[in-house]
Design a protein. Structure first.
Length: 291
């Protein structure tokens, strides 16, 4: 069986991305470490880089290997990061397993990245170079996220300040205030958790889907009362609790309970035990690992 070093796999990956993204005809230059960079006359630097996991290795002799990579796309002015586009892994974090079970490059997975990078980064750059104000209009907020939390855009205030209008800057600052509210923090935190848990392999999805509202209430209500009595209950907790009460999807409702009861610091020992019992049912594989 042919032996390939991780460097060979990375080269295949970079070649595929180079061709798939059409960077060459856009005037991009390839850097030694797998970065792509394009400088423009206005002093901005557009850059894409691929983060490599330190644990990458491939052993074809025993048929085992792992190559994980993350994708970052940024616009810089000097040392200031004005715009960044990041793809999120469904299982948490920003690294993706880039090999199939037979240790080949996962082309199908790559094909899901290319349109996202093109639409939210390369096409954005084209629009931004042509008309900064028009390009900023749909993203003149601190963070723009997909409904499924599979990607996120961060726009720095300096970008809107330097290239946008006074109206866009006002919208940006209002969005900053909105993101700081307990309701938005709870919605954003829970939403991101729901995305990751819905795709996680170590979750007992059947168990989570079969919990009734009555069963879940018996779990969460004592935690709510105990936190209120000990002064630990915050406005963000209350907002998250209201989202739990409104949830109609059985599995998501179970996940929302986990969000509310996880890490019961400062509560009596019986609450720690109840949290552990719930955790081992939701994540049974982790209980086996702990043994």
């Amino acid at each position: 069986m042919e032996q390939k070093r991780p460097a060979d796999i990375f080269q295949e990956l970079l070649d595929y991305l180079w061709n798939g993204l059409g960077l060459e005809e856009k005037g991009w230059k390839r850097l030694k470490k797998g970065d792509f960079k394009k400088k423009t006359k206005n002093g901005l630097t557009y850059q894409i880089w691929f983060d490599r996991s330190r644990y990458n290795y491939i052993d074809y002799e025993i048929g085992h290997g792992n190559v994980e990579m993350g994708f970052s796309c940024i616009i810089k002015q000097g040392d200031d990061y004005l715009y960044s586009f990041r793809i999120e892994s469904p299982t948490g974090g920003s690294f993706f397993r880039m090999l199939t079970e037979d240790l080949r490059l996962d082309i199908e997975l790559l094909d899901t990245f290319l349109p996202l990078i093109k639409a939210h980064y390369l096409d954005f750059i084209d629009r931004f170079e042509a008309d900064p104000v028009e390009a900023l209009q749909p993203v003149c907020a601190p963070f723009t996220e997909a409904e499924d939390y599979s990607w996120r855009i961060h726009v720095d205030e300096q970008m809107v300040e330097r290239y946008g209008t006074a109206e866009q800057l006002a919208v940006y600052r209002r969005q900053v205030e909105l993101r700081g509210t307990p309701e938005h923090k709870a919605k954003n935190g829970m939403g991101s958790m729901l995305f990751h848990l819905s795709h996680a392999k170590d979750v007992d999805h059947a168990w989570a889907s079969s919990r009734t509202k009555e069963e879940l209430d018996q779990v969460v209500e004592p935690f709510v009362q105990a936190k209120r009595q000990t002064g630990q209950w915050t406005q963000e907790d209350e907002a998250g609790y209201q989202l739990y009460q409104q949830e109609t999807d059985p599995k998501k409702r179970t996940f929302r309970v986990w969000y509310l009861i996880a890490n019961p610091r400062g509560l009596p020992k019986e609450f720690v035990q109840k949290e552990l019992e719930f955790r081992w049912k939701l994540f049974p594989e982790k209980k086996e690992e702990s043994k």
